[in-house]
Design a protein around this ligand. Structure first.
Ligand code: PFF
Length: 462
């Protein structure tokens, strides 16, 4: 065991790593799809309100618990709030385990499309392409699924193995700038397309007659997922932050960057979709359809510079997913290091191997293995993958988030939270009282609403 805890080498490195955790498949895969499903405008506005009123205060709460105690989720909650709260941390570690197990499957698909688009860009896009068939073939091919997700897990393990500084921070420093550059190139290309005006209208012009309560709750549930909240990721990342840094500024930067990227991704995808007549009707089906069935072909048919931008886009998806999977694995690994006194190398290999068993099952649940494809624990959620996703999005994150915000708001001395948030480097506009009000009342009420919707009204946010 080391006696000194590893820290981020700089504030910038920390912000990049935490932003990398936040930006992921949630921004590129889930957000555009739920915005589409909920008719844009009003939904986007509600989502922004949820991010500011609920996401931002909870982000600060998680970061401060980690920084104050310099421990990972279980030990941090136990020390900052009280012994019983260690269980909330354990729940978070389990959530990290579950989310990573199925997230790696979709991340694996991004690798498949990266190779596929490279191939098309170099050797030509087939004239009679059947993109639906291509995806269906991938989904049902057990060997391909488990190899792709296994490769992604290996990449994740390799990064976490080298620790906070040499692994996680270094990867974020490489990936995030690349991600921003690719995103901007795609944005310029998308804005030059005919459909971009209609896309911007769809995203930014609110039409409240389209909005129902379910959409509001969906926006809130997604705010948790996209900001990596509710399972202790930000507690762990906060535990590597040096004392003199302002957590308020850090939380603000992470939240802004995550939101901007989600919106840009949505503008890009919708500009492409609205440019092709008849495409909006076709996309309605599923989130998988938008990212992995409609888009690949459109890159080669309508997007300016699509030959270059298609592989760049799937590289972007893979990089975004990687900086998220490493944070998920770090939650589990830091538990073994801090609570079980294990060496990082052993903890990483062991956690990676155990999680991969579940990844393997998820990967085979798209038709390759009928028993896993029909596995049903929650009504109407057939398949091992869907079951894991449903459990994480509907139960694990909201419940974890509710308990963390209640614990920090009501059971942690407010002098402690004030000492972490106010002081050197914190911006003048920050009000500890307003923050406390948000974590005590607004956030718990909002999160409780999600859980009530799930328990009593059978609502599904996965
Ligand atoms: N925030 C990630 C995304 O939007 O894809 C997903 C995620 C990562 C959730 C890490 C939770 C977490 F701890």
């Amino acid at each position: 065991m080391k006696d000194r805890r590893e820290n981020w080498s700089s504030n910038f490195g920390f912000i990049l790593a935490a932003t990398g955790s936040a930006i992921g498949l949630g921004n590129l895969w889930k957000f555009p799809f739920i915005t589409w499903k909920n008719d844009g405008g009003a939904f986007v506005l509600i989502y922004l309100i949820c991010i500011i009123a609920v996401g931002l205060p909870i982000m600060m709460a998680e970061l401060l618990v980690g920084r104050k105690t310099q421990k990972s989720a279980v030990g941090a909650l136990r020390e900052a709030i009280g012994p019983a709260w260690g269980w909330v941390g354990t729940w978070g570690v389990m959530a990290g385990f579950v989310i990573l197990s199925y997230y790696a499957v979709v991340a694996g698909w991004s690798l498949f499309y990266l190779f596929q688009t490279l191939n098309w860009s170099f050797f030509g896009f087939p004239t009679q392409a059947n993109m639906g068939g291509l995806f269906a073939g991938l989904a049902a091919n057990g060997l391909l699924q488990t190899t792709l997700s296994g490769t992604f897990m290996l990449l994740t393990v390799a990064v976490v193995f080298f620790g906070v500084h040499g692994g996680i921070e270094r990867t974020a420093r490489l990936c995030l700038p690349a991600l921003f550059v690719i995103m901007l190139l795609l944005l310029f290309s998308a804005l030059s397309m005919e459909g971009s005006g209609e896309a911007l209208n769809f995203i930014f012009r609110p039409n409240f007659s389209e909005l129902d309560t379910a959409a509001i709750l969906e926006a809130l549930g997604h705010a948790f997922f996209t900001l990596s909240l509710g399972m202790g990721t930000m507690i762990v990342y906060g535990s590597y932050v040096a004392r003199e840094r302002s957590l308020v500024n850090a939380a603000g930067s992470i939240v802004i960057l995550d939101t901007v990227i989600a919106l840009i991704a949505t503008i890009i995808m919708f500009s492409v979709i609205f440019t092709v007549p008849g495409m909006p009707e076709q996309v309605d089906g599923s989130s998988v359809g938008m990212l992995f069935i409609s888009l690949p072909q459109l890159f080669y048919e309508v997007v300016p510079f699509g030959v270059v931008l298609a592989p760049a886009f799937y590289l972007l998806v893979a990089l975004a997913a990687l900086t998220s999977t490493i944070s998920l694995l770090e939650v589990v690994v830091s538990y073994f290091i801090d609570q079980r006194k294990m060496e990082r190398s052993r903890a990483t290999l062991l956690s990676g191997a155990c999680i991969y068993i579940f990844t393997f099952l998820s990967g085979l649940s798209f038709g390759a293995f009928p028993w896993l494809s029909n596995f049903e624990l929650f009504d109407g959620k057939a398949g091992f993958f869907a079951t894991m996703d449903h459990f994480a999005s509907n139960w694990a994150l909201p419940l974890g988030g509710l308990l963390i915000t209640l614990g920090v708001g009501w059971f942690m001395p407010s002098s402690d939270t004030e000492a972490e948030l106010v002081g050197s480097g914190s911006p003048g506009w920050f009000s500890h009282k307003a923050w406390l009000f948000a974590v005590r009342f607004i956030a718990p009420a909002a999160v409780a609403a999600i859980l009530i919707a799930v328990i009593f009204f059978g609502k599904d946010f996965s």
